[in-house]
Design a protein around this ligand. Structure first.
Ligand code: HEC
Ligand code: HEC
Length: 332
C-alpha cells in the first residue's frame, strides 16, 4: 500500500517536472525573433513629415495609442493625448480574451528603446524585453512596411511630445497567453518602396499598412475565414449594439461594386472638416470603430489607389447588417 502511494507520488512528481520543463523550454524558445538591428534613424524633416502622415492617417498608430472621445462619431482622438497609450482592449472591445492595454509610445514611454528595438517591435511583434504583443497591434501588417516608411515612423514617434502615463499591464487568458508567443515574426527584412506608377500594387501596399483587412475580413477563433477577404462581418460590441464591418469587395449587390472612385474618396473626405469631426453620439446610437476621421487625412491619390486595389479583389456576396441595436438583438 505504502509502496503504491510512493510510486504514484514519484510518477506524479516526474509528470510535474516534465511539464515544468516543457513550459520552461517553451518560454525560453518563444518568442523566436532575431536580435534588433543595430541602426540609427536620422531624424530628417522629410522623415518626420512622412512619419506624421503615416502614423496619423494611414497606419493610424495614434488612433490606438491615444485617448478617443466616444461621445462623438468615429471616436476622434482627444487633443493632447497623442501617443500616451492606456486604451483597453478586452472581450467587449476588440474581442480580446483577456485585457490588453495600448502602450505609451511617446518618448516618456519608450525612453529605453534603441531605434532598432523600436523598429523591431512594430514590424515583428516583440517589445525590447522580448514580450510578445497581442496582434490587435497590427504588426503582421507593419511587417510589410518599406524601409523608408518604417524609418519615418520611428523618426516621428521619437519626436512626439513626451507624456508621462503608466498604462495597465496586458494579460491574456490561457491558452492564448502561450499561443501569443508563437505569433511574432522572426525578423523584419527591409523592403523597397512600392512603385507609385503601378496603382494596383501601390494601393495594395497602402491597404496593407493601413490594416483595412484586419477589420474587414471576418474571423473565426482569431483566424481569417478563407475566401472572405474584405467581405465584412467582423463584429464590434458597442454600448448601443453590435456594429459590423461592411463588405468592401467589388460585389455589386452587397459590396462596393457600384461605387466610383470619386464616391469612394468622397466618403472618406466627408470627415475632413472639423464639423464632421465633432458629431455628438448618444451611448445607444450607432457609432463606429473605423477611424474615418484619421483616414480622411489621406491624400486623394492614396485613397484612390486603395480603391483601385479593392476593385481587383474577388467579389464576394455577403450582405452585412451594419448595426444591430441591443434591444433588437435581445428581442430576437
Ligand atoms: C489597432 C490598435 C493599434 C494600432 C493601430 C497600433 N498599435 Fe501599437 N499597440 C497596440 C496595443 C494594444 C499594444 C499592446 C499590446 C500588448 O500588450 O500585447 C501595442 C504596443 C505597441 C508597442 C510596444 C511598446 C511597449 O514596450 O510596450 C509599440 C512600440 C507600438 N505599439 C508601436 C506602434 C506603432 C509605431 C504603430 C503604428 C505603426 C502602432 N503601434 C499601431 C495597439 C495598436
Ligand atoms: C477598426 C476596424 C476598421 C478598420 C481598421 C477599417 N474599417 Fe472600414 N469599416 C469598419 C466598420 C465597423 C464599418 C461599418 C460601420 C461604418 O460605416 O463606419 C466600416 C465601413 C467601411 C466602409 C463603408 C462601406 C459601405 O458600404 O458603406 C468603407 C468603404 C470602408 N470601411 C473602407 C475601409 C478601408 C479602405 C480601410 C483601410 C484604410 C478600413 N475600412 C479600415 C471597420 C474598420
Amino acid at each position: 500500500m505504502n509502496k503504491a502511494v510512493k510510486i504514484i507520488g514519484i510518477a506524479l512528481g516526474v509528470i510535474v517536472l516534465v511539464l515544468a520543463g516543457a513550459v520552461g523550454y517553451f518560454n525560453l524558445s518563444y518568442p523566436d525573433v532575431d536580435p534588433a538591428p543595430n541602426i540609427t534613424v536620422e531624424r530628417t524633416p522629410e522623415r518626420i513629415a512622412r512619419g506624421e502622415y503615416l502614423a496619423n492617417y494611414v497606419t493610424v498608430c495614434i488612433d490606438c495609442h491615444s485617448t478617443r472621445d466616444w461621445s462623438k462619431f468615429a471616436g476622434p482622438v482627444m487633443p493632447g493625448t497623442e501617443g500616451k497609450g492606456g486604451e483597453e482592449f478586452n472581450e467587449q472591445i476588440g474581442g480580446v480574451p483577456g485585457s490588453v492595454f495600448s502602450s505609451n509610445i511617446t518618448p516618456a514611454g519608450i525612453a529605453g528603446y534603441s531605434d532598432g528595438e523600436l523598429l523591431r517591435t512594430f514590424t515583428t511583434g516583440v517589445t525590447r524585453e522580448n514580450r510578445a504583443l497581442f496582434p490587435i497591434m497590427p504588426y503582421p501588417s507593419y511587417h510589410q512596411l518599406s524601409e523608408e516608411d518604417a524609418y519615418s515612423i520611428v523618426a516621428y514617434i521619437r519626436s512626439l511630445p513626451p507624456i508621462e502615463n503608466t498604462v495597465g499591464e496586458s494579460k491574456l487568458n490561457f491558452p492564448l497567453n502561450f499561443i501569443v508567443k508563437t505569433i511574432p515574426l522572426k525578423s523584419y527584412t527591409p523592403k523597397p518602396a512600392p512603385d507609385r506608377n503601378n496603382e494596383v500594387e501601390y494601393g495594395r501596399y497602402m491597404a496593407t499598412i493601413a490594416a483595412c483587412g484586419d477589420c474587414h475580413t471576418p474571423a473565426e477563433k482569431g483566424e481569417p475565414i478563407p475566401g472572405m477577404d474584405f467581405a465584412g462581418g467582423f463584429s464590434f460590441m458597442f454600448p448601443g449594439g453590435v456594429v459590423k464591418s461592411l463588405n468592401i469587395t467589388p460585389d455589386e449587390e452587397t459590396g462596393i461594386g457600384l461605387w466610383t472612385k470619386e464616391d469612394f474618396v468622397a466618403r472618406f473626405k466627408a470627415f475632413a472638416d472639423s464639423s464632421s469631426q465633432n458629431i455628438p453620439v448618444e451611448m445607444h446610437e450607432f457609432n463606429t470603430p473605423m477611424s474615418w476621421i484619421m483616414y480622411a487625412g489621406m491624400t486623394d491619390d492614396d485613397l484612390g489607389a486603395i480603391y483601385t486595389y479593392l476593385r481587383t479583389l474577388k467579389p464576394v456576396k455577403n450582405q452585412v447588417e451594419k448595426f444591430t441595436p441591443h434591444q433588437q438583438a435581445a428581442g430576437k
